[in-house]
Ligand binder design. Structure first.
Ligand code: UD1
Ligand code: CA
Length: 454
């Protein structure tokens, strides 16, 4: 068996993105492009993976962490120069090296594997992954000889008008015999339109040495899209979104309008869950079976149990139990933790609070820094007064408490089991078990006085 190495090119600035964020860190369906590439490579059996970093090196390393080894390309002199930087790590090794650009996030592991297998089967020193583009503008063109064999790659900027008509493009993904690669790299020069050391020049160099150079054509150009600007970024997002949505539908999730449903690559969704249009599911969100999500809900990094309904709501870094209902128009802020059979209704905000099984906060409430027990009812408009301008304080509401409408629970405060808070109360002291607390001015009726006011 061949040892397999991988090199990911991620040192460029990405000028055409016109962005403060380094190109390869731009997310597609919630994950930076370069991380898609690295994660895909990691699903293959590679012995080592080396990412070439330069612009934004620290940020790229921080993002990828231990998934890769790194070498620094301190000056970006071109893709051949970038690969050359890996010589210190890989130069002496026997094996096959897969090279992938950090800005081609859509290339599937299956395609990389097929490329590798073709390379090995052809006993080639180099194999390029190519594709047929309707509009090849900007890509390197694959120039074939009379026998139809790959002869060279010509960059768009260096191509003659005739060569530009060529629709077969270099996707920027290759397999090389590792030693042949590093030997050929030494012969690459920068006599071209961009004054750069081009990796594709290695193809012609190996070809002229009489080595076997082949191409493997990827059937779907969409998969090989190189993201150089925001337009391509939006195209990549669309292609990836479609792929993700199809995967969930194949797994038994109903997505009513896939073109209006955005699901991050890391999300998991159970069977028979229905997703309405306008839903955005971000990060590592896990949604159970038989849920109804949407329309227009945004959920990030949250866990939602089976048979739960979330409508028109924003859910951030929260945990929601089973058979629970959220919304319409609720906002679960980070660290909201809802139990089973809970109801969070219209215009309710919950932050850093636990709400126990069977409890209800049905309308117009703010629950922050609270621990709410089981079977608690929080009446319309009641809130926790958790902030004194300097510090946040905790509200504890034990099981079976009934809070009437429009109560202010001034924290720190505890409402003991079974207690009952009269509507309109401002509670500042602990309420003992099974007690009624009324904290509001008494009503006075002035008989017939209203007539004088009219
Ligand atoms: C490159 C190919 C082109 C191919 C296209 C596919 C070259 C010269 N051209 O063009 O044939 O059709 O990809 O998408 O290779 N990078 C570095 N260091 C550098 C320069 C680039 O690490 O010095 C990295 C970039 O961060 C990027 C990748 O290499 O991830 C490709 O560079 P880019 O400038 O996007 O090349 P293209 O012009 O797209
Ligand atoms: Ca590119």
């Amino acid at each position: 068996m061949n040892d397999i190495f991988a090199i990911v090119l991620a040192a460029g600035q990405g000028t055409r993105m016109k962005s403060k964020l380094y190109k390869v860190l731009h997310p597609v369906c919630g994950k930076p492009m370069v991380e898609h590439v690295v994660d895909n490579i990691l699903t293959l059996d590679v012995n080592r993976i080396v990412t070439i970093v330069g612009h934004g090196a620290d940020k790229v390393k921080e993002q990828l962490g231990e998934k890769s080894e790194y070498v620094l390309q301190s000056e970006q002199l071109g893709t051949a120069h970038a690969v050359m930087q890996a010589e210190s790590i890989l130069g002496d090794l026997e094996g096959v090296t897969l090279v992938v650009c950090g800005d081609t996030p859509l290339i599937r592991p299956e395609t990389m594997k097929a490329l590798f297998e073709h390379h090995v089967a052809q006993n080639a020193k180099a194999t390029i992954l190519t594709a047929i583009a309707d509009d090849p503008t900007g890509y390197g063109r694959v120039i074939r000889d009379d026998q139809g064999q790959v002869a060279q790659i010509v960059e768009h900027k260096d191509a003659t008008p005739e060569q530009r008509l060529e629709k077969e493009i270099n996707t920027g993904t290759y397999c090389f015999d590792n030693k042949a690669l590093f030997e050929a790299l030494k012969l690459v020069n920068n006599n071209n339109a961009q004054g750069e050391y081009y990796l594709p020049d290695v193809i012609e160099i190996l070809k002229q040495k009489g080595e076997i150079v082949t191409a493997y054509v990827c059937e779907d150009f969409n998969e090989t899209l190189g993201v150089n600007d925001r337009i391509a970024l939006s195209q990549a997002e669309e292609i990836m979104r479609e792929r993700i949505n199809k995967k969930h539908m194949a797994n038994g999730v109903t997505i009513i309008n896939p073109s209006m449903t955005h699901i991050s690559i890391d999300a998991e969704i159970g069977r028979d869950t229905i997703i309405y249009p306008g839903v955005v599911i971000e990060g590592k969100t896990v949604i159970g079976e038989d849920c109804v999500i949407g329309p227009n809900s945004q959920i990030n990094d949250s866990t939602i149990g089976n048979r739960t309904v979330v409508k028109h709501s924003v859910v951030q870094q929260s945990v929601i139990g089973e058979d629970t209902s959220v919304g319409p128009f609720a906002h679960l802020r980070p660290e909201a933790e809802l139990g089973n059979h809970v109801k969070i209704g219209n215009f309710v905000e919950v932050k850093k609070s636990k709400i126990g099984d069977e409890s209800k906060v049905s309308h117009l409430s703010y629950i922050g820094d609270a621990e709410v027990g089981k079977n608690v009812n929080i009446g319309c408009g009641s809130i926790t007064v958790n902030y004194d301008g300097k510090n946040k304080h905790k509200t504890i509401i034990e099981d079976n408490v009934f809070v009437g409408c429009n109560a202010n629970l001034v924290a720190p405060v505890t409402l003991r089991t079974g207690s009952f808070i009269a509507a309109g109360s401002t509670i500042t002291k602990e309420v003992p078990k099974d007690s009624l607390a009324i904290a509001r001015a008494r009503q006075e009726n002035k008989i017939d006085y209203a007539k004088k006011l009219k």
